[in-house]
Design a protein around this ligand. Structure first.
Ligand code: CU
Length: 267
């Protein structure tokens, strides 16, 4: 009963809901990446895990050796060892080199995510207690010669989902899905109307604080068509867990026809 025309439009277009990036039971790893930023994060995670495993095993081995060598019956041998310049140099330089080895890709990733690229579309995101509001102004005006597109996305309750509920997710579906074109540079402006919120989509590697009175901007480049989910990630009140984000990445042509069809769709 809450299904609006966007969902219907998408469903008729694709003939079925596309399920690419939903969370799965007992998920251990990241969501599949859908943006260069998330690819970078996943690669960095893999890189750092190698170092973490090495350190964990090495420190574990050292501890075990200490326990075995410094036992009561060997204490006379170990007390003779008091000082070593060589050892101090080694245990200072090696961790410093490891930190350098981690810092280089970390900063590279951080600054590459902050890079400002001329966006095709500017999109405003406003956090409310407890739903998300969206605004598209420049692009819709440009394409349609008309007004802004503004809408709010509320979570769909279980009873609001379609009959069979197949392909729909409890606590993740919204009455309207945000539509983004893929392979297009987007810029998101994130703010809040009341308290702190955080707009998050794990598959995009995005997490932007929505602060009242402040505009945070972030770039987004979606690499593939799909349905992406996220949730508010800054505790914002009693219904914080019930303001999900549902994004559909579609072809540019499809996106344009959607914008054209929404010329008078202003709320
Ligand atoms: Cu929240």
């Amino acid at each position: 009963m809450f299904i609006n025309n966007i969902v219907q439009y998408l469903n008729t277009e694709f003939n079925k809901p596309i399920l690419l990036d939903c969370p799965v039971d007992w998920q251990m790893n990241f969501s599949d990446s859908a943006s260069p930023a998330m690819e970078g994060i996943t690669n960095f995670h893999n890189h750092i895990m190698v170092v973490i495993c090495f350190i964990a095993f090495f420190v574990g081995w050292l501890l075990l050796n200490c326990i075995l060598s410094y036992s009561d019956n060997k204490i006379s041998q170990s007390t003779k060892f008091t000082h070593s310049n060589e050892l101090e140099i080694i245990w200072t330089t090696i961790p410093a080199l490891i930190l350098l080895f981690l810092a280089t890709p970390s900063f590279t990733l951080l600054y590459s995510m902050d890079e400002l690229i001329e966006p095709v579309i500017n999109f405003k995101i406003i956090g409310h207690q407890w739903y998300w509001g969206y605004e598209l102004s420049d692009y819709s005006t440009c394409v349609t010669g008309n007004n802004n597109i503004k809408y709010n996305c509320y979570m769909m309750v279980l009873e609001g989902l379609p009959e069979n509920r197949k392909g729909y997710f409890r606590l993740l579906e919204t009455n309207r899905r945000i539509l983004f074109p893929v392979k297009t540079h987007l810029r998101l402006y994130v703010t809040a109307a009341d308290v702190l919120h955080s707009w998050t989509i794990p598959s995009f590697g995005l997490k932007v604080d929505a602060c009242p009175g402040r505009l945070n901007l972030i770039n987004l480049f979606i690499k593939r068509i799909g349905l992406y989910f996220g949730q508010c990630s800054e505790i914002c009140g009693v219904n914080h867990g019930f303001m999900p984000i549902s994004v559909m990445g579609v072809d540019v042509a499809q996106y344009n026809s959607y914008i054209m069809s929404k010329v008078n769709w202003i709320k």
